[in-house]
Design a protein around this ligand. Sequence first.
Ligand code: NCD
Ligand code: ZN
Length: 344
Amino acid sequence: MSQTLTLIRPDDWHLHLRDGAMLCAVLPETTRHFARAIIMPNLVPPVVTGADAQAYRSRIIAAMPEGADFTPLMTLYLTEDTDAQDVAAAHASGLITAVKLYPAGATTNSASGVADFDRVRGVLERMAEIGLPLCLHGEVTDPDIDIFDREAAFIDRVLDPLRRATPGLKTVLEHITTKDGVDYARSQDDLAATITTHHLIINRNHILVGGIKPHYYCLPVAKRESHRLALRAAATSGDSRFFLGTDSAPHTDMLKENACGCAGCFTASNTMAILAHVFEEENALERLEGFTSRHGPAFYGLPTNKATLTLSKGAAYTSPDKIPTDDGPVTVFDPGFELQWKVT
Ligand code: NCD
Ligand code: ZN
């Protein structure tokens, strides 16, 4: 007998949709399962002003597949020149849901990010006043800090001082990859942490053992196994400070399978099937809805979705390995095992 699981329709609290041909190709992979997503602003050039966000939102709406019921939740890319008044106006009009802070140079298209945190203090204070959440890429960029230590160093050197200096600022520590991130989130108020699908599956061995696997390379980079286990425990714990942000980040195969391969795993297509597998393995299927559909809206002060999504468990299958785009194929994240859960 097949087993089914019906959830409140999920949301994705960290998603890269890109623009142009890539946007058109990847958007249906998200709208098929998700009702809303926080849309990352790291386009080239980035989405910096309210006007940029308005224009990008229109391009997303225009690319939406027929009949899709999906709301893009827009964000602004914080720079040292960001105008607090523009941010407040974009928030007041309902255009934006969060502001994204990338430490300059931390990841893909982050060159315009923040180097001197004192220069964004005014904007952060204004955000705390108006209740606008800050989404953080939590890695330091200091070349002296080992890439595997960059999240933990960020928490100590940047995040904790920033939060003490800006009380009441709602903060999302995004795509956490370490036990340090889990522990910090558990110790704080007004702070949540998103967890990706792929960081529940892979550790750093998956990237490096037996040949370099570019499709498992993303930022923050996957850490050692003890960290993956801490993430799995947090995601499946039912603690409302942890929720799904896939960080699904499409790059064409040509750009991934390259001497200088881009960072990002593309998980939009099979995230829900993989998560059902993980939560079942952890005997926590009844907590999947909290992680994908309840904790995120509660943190952001938004209603949960009215619609539902049903998965059923049946014969083992492997997810499609690529999706075509006019720029070239994009490889879908391979969890390394067969799936049984499928969105019906
Ligand atoms: C993201 C991208 O490709 O835009 N890449 C990634 O590895 N996650 C950027 C980001 O979120 O760090
Ligand atoms: Zn991202």
